[in-house]
Design a protein around this ligand. Structure first.
Ligand code: MG
Ligand code: MG
Ligand code: MG
Length: 305
């Protein structure tokens, strides 16, 4: 029986590439692992897989009775619905510890660094397993994505060092240029619906019984969304209803201006204002220097609940 390795819902490149890179490592160590995914891959991830000849992991949303490794999350809100009926063999992550608990001992690799693939990279080193060229390329791209080409406050020396070493293995000289190319692909919004935009990088959080949904769009230039804002707000209201959210937030992150325009639809916007120490105007605020949801948003909102 194979063990499945997968990342969070609304999978990003770290979740997809992490499933691939961790499965390969585990297979080298004699386990029988298969990478899977919980949802559709993004244009950014497609770009990475095409560039380095990676296969799209199989879509799998139920895991009852299976053995699994989780990568890039440890929250029930981002897990398959039947996760409690699966046996979690391990977690590899770089987020706050979530609410998932296990009934058996597990392997845990969680570090406060820029990317789960950096953690996987450290695992390869500690097991002395060689990283194949194509997997190295994909891991490098996942780290460049999660760290916003090293600009995110979540980025550490461990991440930059990993990128440099992975770039060597992958034979990529100008990794920053390739990273920019990836963010240009990620920035495409033409023809996208409100729902498509609002679920691109969506994460629900349980804050003391209140459901807070936070979507983030990382773009080269967020002014491309100026004429789509109304549509985004309309859909945020719908999502709030459908998902039973206390707050639906969208972060339009401008990676060149290095800040985020925050859009909020909430039962109590003052909680968001107080947590982040900002004043909303027409349900919006510019957050200068804010690039990271996990480090600069969630820890400040959570105590309000
Ligand atoms: Mg992720
Ligand atoms: Mg990640
Ligand atoms: Mg991200």
């Amino acid at each position: 029986m194979s063990t499945y390795v997968f990342g969070h819902t609304s999978p990003d490149s770290d979740s997809i590439v992490g499933a691939i890179s961790l499965s390969y490592l585990k297979n080298q160590l004699g386990e029988d692992c298969v990478p899977t995914r919980q949802g559709k891959i993004s244009a950014e991830t497609e770009f990475i897989l095409n560039k380095f000849g990676g296969e799209v992991p199989e879509l799998k949303t139920t895991y009852a009775g299976e053995e699994v490794y989780l990568i890039d999350f440890s929250d029930y809100g981002q897990a398959p619905e039947d996760i409690k009926e699966a046996t979690i063999l391990g977690i590899v992550d770089h987020h706050k510890l979530g609410d998932i608990i296990t009934s058996t001992p597990l392997e845990c690799w969680i570090r406060p660094i820029g990317c789960s693939n950096t953690v996987v990279y450290e695992m390869y080193k500690s097991y002395d397993v060689e990283i194949p060229k194509n997997i190295a390329g994909m891991m490098m791209m996942a780290i460049l994505s999660d760290t916003v080409i090293f600009k995110s406050p979540t980025c550490t020396k461990v991440d930059t060092k990993a990128v440099k070493e992975l770039a060597k293995i992958a034979g990529i000289e100008d990794y920053k240029a390739l990273g920019m190319e990836m963010f240009i692909v990620k920035s495409a919004v033409d023809g996208a619906t409100g729902r498509e935009l609002n679920t691109r990088d969506y994460k629900p959080f349980d804050m003391n019984g209140n459901k807070i949904g936070v979507n983030q769009l990382e773009m080269i230039d967020i002014s491309a969304l100026d004429d789509k804002k109304e549509m985004i707000f309309e859909d945020m209201k719908k999502m709030k209803e459908e998902e039973g959210l206390h707050t639906m937030m969208v972060l339009l992150t401008d990676i060149m201006k290095e800040g985020s325009q925050m859009l909020v639809v909430s039962d109590d916007p003052s909680k968001i204002e107080n947590g982040l120490n900002v004043k909303l105007e027409n349900n919006e605020a510019w957050l200068d220097g804010v690039l990271s949801r996990k480090k600069q948003i969630i820890p400040f909102i959570q105590p309000q609940f």
